[in-house]
Design a protein around this ligand. Structure first.
Ligand SMILES: [Zn+2]
Length: 445
């Protein structure tokens, strides 16, 4: 572009300021092209879209009639199917695949995701938008305190940071102490990590007598787990850095992210067609302020064509428009996973409410776990907390009073609160599982 202030503000000034009708026109054109391509090259869509034709899709109402697809469909399309291991999901000849990725498999058999060089570059370009929007620049030295293994988000962050011109310092194969030393040694200015690990790394620094704020980290982009506002603020205070959230997954890629306003997330249009559908019927787009499930179509990938992927991520839709000047649609917040949204004693409960409360108002809690069980016909909900300094019986009782009261007013549920011994609760670096619903297991046993 012309090198003026605007080109510094945006990674792609033209694309990021198109009016919503122009964005929709690009998305519609690319959706039709994707349907045509998928029918021809992906065994999965050949079958599912036998009676659907690109030229039939003219409006959002037409899009709503296309079938949804979820992780379970993807697993089935891959199990015992050739070519190994991608099966019916593969959209290019196998020799064109250059990168193997997979989902974490926390909810069952993993999904194997094939990337051709071209499709992988599409993901990197999306991530360039995300990092640029969060203020990453060529002057940053970005440290990734993880071994990335086969998991996609940190690889995307790595390559995109490189494409922006940042210096990338990979931090795998080190323990936490080693990572802290590395941050000091290379004078890193930015981090890509999970929220849990960001907290852990900061607290480990404090325990060693190092103030994380003295380390010079200016920004942090979080991946891998939900990041409730209170956790984000706690990370910002701990590190003295700007902390950014994004949402995505291995199958669709990262499809929404925060700009420097840090108020809600921009949908990465026109790379994706994102629908936020009502929780009950999933046939209606929700209004701004309303919660819904995100259904995402990545529009530029041929190695793994995917149309209307039900992410099962529950988000709150926002009014569009933003003071940063970007014109894409926005979501206000990520509420949680549709699978975690559950009824306890008839009350709709989402674990993120507890995380938000604990992180915001009870900083002495260093780790926690929520357990739901069934005693007879009655659901019981317990919160196990691990405190920075363990308390005696009287002290703990005193601590529990206000916590129990606030839990009740936020969730409408009465919690049993238990103290876990120091170090007793698991620490997570990826995919924290702090919510355990044991009612189904109980019913079987
Ligand atoms: Zn913005």
């Amino acid at each position: 572009m012309n090198g003026n202030g605007q080109s510094r503000l945006f990674w792609n000034p033209w694309l990021e300021t198109l009016d919503p009708e122009a964005l929709w026109a690009i998305e519609l054109k690319n959706l039709r092209r994707l349907i045509g391509y998928a029918k021809e090259h992906s065994a999965l869509f050949q079958e599912r879209y036998r009676d659907i034709f690109p030229e039939d899709i003219r409006s959002l109402a037409d899009v709503r009639r296309l079938p949804l697809i979820d992780k379970e469909d993807l697993r089935r399309a891959q199990e015992d199917r050739e070519p190994f291991p991608y099966g019916d999901l593969l959209g290019v000849p196998l020799p064109e695949v250059t990168d193997f990725r997979q989902t974490s498999g926390t909810t069952g058999r993993p999904v194997y995701v094939p990337e051709s060089y071209e499709s992988w570059q599409w993901r990197i370009e999306v991530w360039c938008h995300i990092l640029w929007m969060a203020g990453f620049r060529e002057t940053d030295r970005v440290f990734l305190p993880f071994g990335y293994n086969v998991y996609v988000a940190f690889w995307e962050g790595h390559y995109a940071a490189e494409k922006l011109g940042c210096e990338v310092v990979p931090g795998g194969a080190l323990d936490t102490a080693g990572r802290l030393s590395k941050i000091q040694e290379v004078r890193a200015t930015a981090l890509l990590n999970t929220p849990t690990y960001g907290l852990h790394l900061g607290e480990s620094a404090l325990n060693k007598g190092i103030d994380p704020q003295s380390l010079g980290i200016r920004r942090m982009l979080c991946a891998g787990e939900p990041l409730p506002p209170a956790t984000r603020r706690r990370l910002e205070q701990l590190w003295g850095a700007e902390v950014y959230d994004h949402i995505g997954g291995t199958e669709p890629c990262a499809w929404a992210a925060m700009c420097r306003e840090r108020a809600g997330l921009h949908v990465m249009e026109p790379f994706f067609l994102v629908e936020i559908l009502d929780l009950e019927t999933m046939t209606r787009t929700v209004e701004p302020g309303e919660m819904g499930v995100a259904v995402v179509t990545p529009l530029g990938r041929r190695s793994f064509p995917l149309i209307r992927f039900n992410t099962k991520d529950v988000v709150r839709r926002a009014e569009s428009g933003c003071s940063c000047g970007r014109t894409s649609g926005k979501i206000e917040a990520v509420v949680g996973r549709a699978d975690d949204l559950t009824k306890i004693r008839g009350v709709l409960f989402t674990p993120v409410t507890v995380e938000e409360l604990v992180r915001k108002e009870f900083p002495e809690v260093v780790e926690f776990e929520i357990l739901v069980t069934r005693e007879g016909i009655m659901d019981e909900i317990a919160l196990k907390v691990e405190l920075a300094e363990a308390k005696g019986a009287a002290g703990f009782k005193e601590f529990c009073g206000p916590l129990r009261e606030k839990l009740k007013s936020k969730t409408n549920l009465r919690f049993r609160i238990e103290q876990a011994a120091p170090g007793a609760l698991p620490r997570y670096t990826l995919k924290a599982k702090r919510f355990k619903d044991l009612r189904k297991e109980g019913a079987n046993g």
